[in-house]
Design a protein around this ligand. Structure first.
Ligand SMILES: [Cu+2]
Length: 166
């Protein structure tokens, strides 16, 4: 008997819902929501996109990828993340040499940082183990830069990319 009552209650509830739906159709005109006639006007693109002050850097085997290749002169924060399985390092060279044309010292299997113009910033591999993320800021003057990982063999394997400050 309890079960029958429950079924009846359920059936009545369905009828009520159906009736409610029907009546809402009738009243549709009275509840029309205001329709926006103009889309939101997008604000001007931030200048940061042209010359970033924060650059996200992803290091892995064997590449360095940036989310911005042009930075604005002054303090630039590099947020580096090692998504690879090996420790990497992050070296900033101010150099007019093409990023893939640095001289490699055959004895050490490393790019010759001095010949390239000298390192002006570095995150050592002790701070960039697998999965690590490190953020550093450097004050950079306008010019051409090459960003590399100079763990032995890594530069030659492709861990290099160009960066420009303007
Ligand atoms: Cu590396």
């Amino acid at each position: 008997m309890k079960r029958l009552t429950a079924i009846l209650m359920f059936a009545m509830a369905l009828v009520f819902v159906a009736a409610a739906c029907g009546s809402s159709d009738d009243g549709a005109n009275s509840v029309s929501a205001p329709i926006p006639t103009t889309a939101p006007v997008p604000t001007a693109a931030p200048a940061a996109s042209a010359s970033a002050s924060t650059v996200n850097v992803e290091l892995s085997e064997f590449s360095i990828s940036l989310d911005a290749t042009v930075g604005g002169a002054g303090d630039i924060t590099f947020v580096t993340t090692n998504t690879g399985a090996l420790p990497h390092e992050f070296v900033i060279l101010q150099s007019d040499v093409a990023s893939d044309a640095l001289t490699v010292d055959t004895a050490t299997a490393k790019a010759d940082e001095t010949a390239a113009g000298g390192a002006i910033g570095r995150i050592p591999q002790a701070d960039l183990g697998a999965g690590a993320s490190t953020s550093v800021s450097f004050n950079l003057a306008p010019g051409n830069y090459v960003l590399i990982c100079n763990v032995a063999g890594h530069y030659q394997s492709g861990m290099t990319t160009a960066f420009t400050v303007q």
